[in-house]
Design a protein around this ligand. Structure first.
Ligand SMILES: NC(=O)c1ccc[n+]([C@@H]2O[C@H](COP(=O)([O-])OP(=O)(O)OC[C@H]3O[C@@H](n4cnc5c(N)ncnc54)[C@H](O)[C@@H]3O)[C@@H](O)[C@H]2O)c1
Length: 259
């Protein structure tokens, strides 16, 4: 098992990519702290993992709040004595035209996707430095590389920030034996994706099935991601096989964006 005995903290673990990665990391032997703002779904995720013989605890916490980040890392240390892996994945967005973005949307998206991601990295690194190393995997997005089909410009900016922070953190933390990488998912079938499609369908009067077909158009490999496609990359980046990779943001998108 590629992550045997590792203690991993996963944010945004109740749904979508976080959920799939939690299942995948548990199957590879990691012991998990699952963090999300949706407490009931978290309980279901813990039961799901335990039913497969894995080990997980759930913690309701908001990554945009520094005091709650402190509780997240403390929970891993209290439960497992350490923190080896941070999958820094919680994120929010909604579809919004450039000229309709207001301050509230900007602040909300950035408080979770950029500020939350930074302070989760910083606090996790503090514990990893003290224990001699660790690995951080951030969830960015092809939005951060300028993909024009993104949900909105504030979201794209927040994911560009994640790509930049990944490089900065890799520079700063390499000497502490901590790798920092990011995954840039393309269009991925999750609740977040489904909500965006439903909003578009309602607003523009386009049938949902047609929007789903549209989403796959232009993807060289011809299909959108399943959450498991991202989970595979997260497990690889968190595993010893990736020990000499750091500062990279890797697209997992069927070839939709090639820069
Ligand atoms: N789905 C896509 O097409 C896609 C594409 C590129 C990047 N991403 C990124 O992947 C990540 C996961 O997205 P997903 O598609 O699985 O979305 P999702 O909405 O299915 O899951 C996101 C989870 O994060 C949780 N969350 C939201 N705000 C939080 C907060 N403040 N603190 C803790 N948890 C919080 C939600 O409750 C939810 O369970 C996000 O960072 C997203 O931006 C998704």
């Amino acid at each position: 098992m590629r992550l045997a005995e590792k203690a991993a903290l996963i944010t945004g673990a109740a749904a979508g990519i976080g959920r799939a990665t939690a299942m995948a990391m548990a199957r590879e032997g990691a012991r998990l702290v699952l963090v999300d703002i949706q407490a009931e779904k978290l309980d279901a995720r813990v039961r799901e993992i335990e039913a497969e013989g894995g080990t997980a605890i759930g913690l309701k916490a908001d990554v945009s709040d520094l005091a709650q980040i402190e509780r997240m890392v403390a929970a891993s240390v209290a439960e497992y004595g350490r923190l080896d892996i941070l999958f820094n994945n919680a994120g929010v967005t909604r579809r919004c035209a450039f000229m309709d973005i207001d301050e509230a949307l900007w602040d909300h998206v950035h408080s979770v996707n950029a500020k939350g991601a930074f302070f989760c990295m910083k606090r996790a690194a503090e514990t990893m430095i003290a224990q001699g190393g660790g690995t951080i995997v951030n969830t960015a997005s092809i939005a951060g590389r300028g993909f024009p089909g993104t949900s909105n410009a504030a979201y794209a900016a927040s994911k560009g920030a994640v790509i930049a922070m990944t490089m900065q953190a890799a520079h700063a933390l390499g000497k502490h034996n901590i790798t920092v990488n990011a995954i840039c998912p393309g269009v991925t079938r999750t609740e977040l994706f489904q909500n965006i499609l439903e909003m578009r369908s309602e607003k523009d009067g386009i049938p949902l099935a047609e929007l789903e077909q549209q989403a796959a158009r232009g993807i060289p490999l011809g299909r959108v991601n399943e959450a498991a496609d991202i989970a595979e990359m997260a497990v690889f980046l968190a595993s010893p096989a990736a020990r000499n990779i750091t500062g990279q943001s890797i697209n997992v998108d069927g070839g939709l964006v090639m820069v």
